[in-house]
Design a binder for this molecule. Structure first.
Ligand code: SF4
Length: 165
């Protein structure tokens, strides 16, 4: 089943700990530019960490002229470093800007969710990141919507009185 990172925009403070940890784990360098999750500021208030979204029909895979990318059984994109020629076509077609070209090796790198146990999720000090399936994300979103609806009903005493009769 496809998994991806769910971001809670209310919790992300833009501290970029996720970027630093990812770069450290994946490249042994404390350089956020090498991270496979990148935090983008969305004015006026929000920070949105973005990584590979594991698209159902990934344009990066179909655009690679060398067939260096493939989708594995867990729906993650695998890069064959022997085939990648660093042409950046995949990088250009990724709708999320989630592919990084390693300028030292000239090979692209893509988030693999740390094989199902993402370090960024564990490191986030505000628990803004969560590894979910699409089904789990839908359940959580429905629950959150129901909570907001209920809060609205409670604050609107007129409606509550009507409901109670
Ligand atoms: S570590 Fe958490 S709070 Fe900090 S930028 Fe990343 S997702 Fe946001």
């Amino acid at each position: 089943m496809r998994q991806y990172l769910k971001v809670d925009l209310d919790k992300c403070t833009g501290c970029r700990t996720c970027e630093v940890v990812c770069a450290e784990v994946k490249t042994k360098e404390c350089n956020p530019k090498k991270s496979l999750i990148r935090v983008t500021f969305v004015p006026p208030y929000f920070f949105l960490p973005i990584n590979c979204q594991f698209c159902d029909r990934p344009p990066c895979v179909s655009s690679c002229p060398e067939s260096a990318l493939e989708v594995d059984e867990k729906h993650r994109i695998r890069v064959d470093p022997k085939k990648c020629i660093g042409c950046s076509w995949c990088l250009n077609v990724c709708p999320f800007g989630a592919i990084v070209l390693d300028e030292e090796t000239n090979v692209v790198r893509i988030c693999d969710l740390c094989n199902g146990d993402p370090e960024c999720v564990k490191a986030c000090p505000t628990n803004a990141l969560e590894l979910v399936t699409s089904e789990l994300a839908s359940i959580k979103n429905r629950f959150s919507a129901a909570q907001k609806l209920l809060a609205g009903l409670i604050s609107s005493s007129g409606i509550l009185k009507e409901v109670k009769g």
